[in-house]
Design a protein around this ligand. Structure first.
Ligand code: PLP
Ligand code: COI
Length: 355
């Protein structure tokens, strides 16, 4: 099926929850809009694209995604502009990454135009749900999972593609106290850390819980081999300003190729800032924090947006960084990004997909 033939059946709800929703209190990922998109993969093709009222779905308890984790997702956001327009941020990039995840998990590709147009159709139906407050947006969660009711460990022949949308506020509300995780590993070489596989997130919960019990807000994952190099921060990429340069771990099969990361790198290059994508050692970060050369550190992700690190803990010591509002680089990134996403500045890179 191509976009030209993408025919989405829309069934509108008779019971909108929009008026009862408290937009002043939007915890991340708990409030869903009135509708969702559902499509099926069977007999080698995608079909039955439908927008239906949000609600439970019936599934066999034997579906292989529940047993063997043949499931993955994406995360992107739509923003309401002052003139009432709504735009989705860089959905084609998420569509391309969706297919990288699909390939790694032996799941069918969804053509990027079907991915983007499915999302645009749902956001169009839900446009009144896009929040207007600063820092708020409509979070979009596309996902695919295997639906064969079969306990053999082989790729399913049938799948569902679905999209949910949630109005959300900021994911993090204060600077983060983080530590380097040097015991547990998020992803190893040859594994699927670069995919947004559901299993990557299930495996991160125990390390997160232990770190939270020790008083940390997030962990910086390190490499699986030596635990000497920073890789990512929780469910976000990690970026540093070290000695005046923007430094971030280079992407590899253990690291998700983040779209926010790419956006920040592009802005930094536009501004003529030196950028280094390379392996980043714990030692140099700690040294930079001690000497004052580490002037900025933040997580970069769709849900996280630009999440400032307040303090980095390593081997018994907390290294406190400067007050986030005084940091030149991440403040400029946040301001510029917001201006583009909310339609207040020119979108010179063509990042906004208007719905
Ligand atoms: N790394 C991981 C493990 C993530 O889950 C995410 C979130 O999507 C990111 C990085 C950031 O990627 P993006 O900026 O595309 O949201
Ligand atoms: C996102 O930023 O979209 C993510 O995937 C993070 C999510 C796991 C909360």
């Amino acid at each position: 099926m191509t976009t030209d033939t993408l025919d989405i059946k829309i069934t509108q709800t008779q019971n909108s929850r929009l008026q009862q929703t408290d937009f002043a209190n939007l915890p991340f990922g708990k409030i869903f809009t009135d509708h969702m998109l559902v499509a099926d993969y069977a007999d080698g093709e995608w079909k039955n694209f439908e927008i239906v009222p949000y609600g439970d779905i019936a599934l066999s308890p034997a579906i292989s995604s529940l047993h063997y984790g043949q499931a993955f997702f994406e995360g992107l956001k739509a923003y309401k502009h002052a003139d009432g327009k709504v735009s989705v941020f860089r959905p084609e990039k998420n569509g391309a990454r969706f297919n990288k995840s699909a390939e790694r998990l032996c799941m069918p590709e969804l053509p990027v135009d079907l991915f983007v147009n499915s999302i645009a159709a749902l956001v169009d139906v839900e446009r009144d749900w896009a929040p207007t407050q600063a820092g708020h947006s409509l979070y979009i969660r596309p996902f695919m999972f295997a639906t064969d009711p079969y306990l053999g460990v082989t790729p399913s022949k049938t799948y569902k593609f679905m999209v949910l949308t949630c109005p959300v506020g900021p994911y993090f509300t204060k600077p983060l106290r983080v530590k380097f995780e040097t015991h547990y590993t998020r992803a190893a070489e040859g594994g699927f850390g670069y995919a947004k596989a559901a299993g990557n997130y299930g495996g991160s919960m125990l390390p997160f819980k232990k770190a939270a019990d020790e008083g940390f807000d997030q962990i910086i994952w390190t490499d699986a081999k030596e635990h000497l190099y920073a890789e990512e921060m929780g469910a976000a990429n990690v970026m540093f300003v070290l000695d005046g340069k923007l430094v971030t771990p280079s992407t590899r099969d253990t690291i998700l190729d983040g779209i926010t990361r790419d956006t920040v790198l592009t802005l930094a290059r536009d501004w003529g800032m030196p950028v280094e994508e390379r392996r980043v050692s714990i030692a140099e970060i700690v040294e930079g924090a001690k000497s004052g050369k580490l002037t900025d550190a933040f997580g970069a992700g769709t849900a996280a947006t630009i999440a400032p690190v307040g303090a980095i803990h390593h081997e018994g010591t907390d290294y406190t960084l400067s007050e986030p509002t005084t940091r030149e680089f991440s403040q400029k990134v946040l301001k510029t990004l917001d201006a583009i996403r909310y339609g207040a500045a020119e979108d010179t890179h063509g990042w906004n997909h208007l719905v």
